[in-house]
Design a protein around this ligand. Sequence first.
Ligand SMILES: [Zn+2]
Ligand SMILES: [Zn+2]
Length: 130
Amino acid sequence: MDCPKCDGAMQEHTTTLQGAVTIDRCADCGGMWFDNGEAEKLKGDWMSDFLDSGDRAVGKTQNLNTEINCPRCKKQMDTVKDPDQQHITYEAYKEHGMFMDAGEIADYKNETLIESFMKVINKVKGKISG
Ligand SMILES: [Zn+2]
Ligand SMILES: [Zn+2]
């Protein structure tokens, strides 16, 4: 499979945490392709630090490249904002999967942790004021 962003070669990486998840990562730009359901399995999984080891500067540049085609079916993908984390954008083709630039899965995970933390804080605050 070729990288939909830079045409580099995608290499398969498999993590066996929480069941086997296979991720295709570009050897050139560090972007990652997730077949449907795979990103959800990795959310909050520390293994994503290891997998998302691409150069963040390259990832930020590639993030501006949004006119890309699904590597599975070659149809144009949609640019999607994460519903909970509006600063994270990625490309997705709903029947096949999503592509994240280098650094984005790490952001995804960190933001999830921060948001969980904020929910706890807000709960505590709510108890104090209510
Ligand atoms: Zn690439
Ligand atoms: Zn497709």
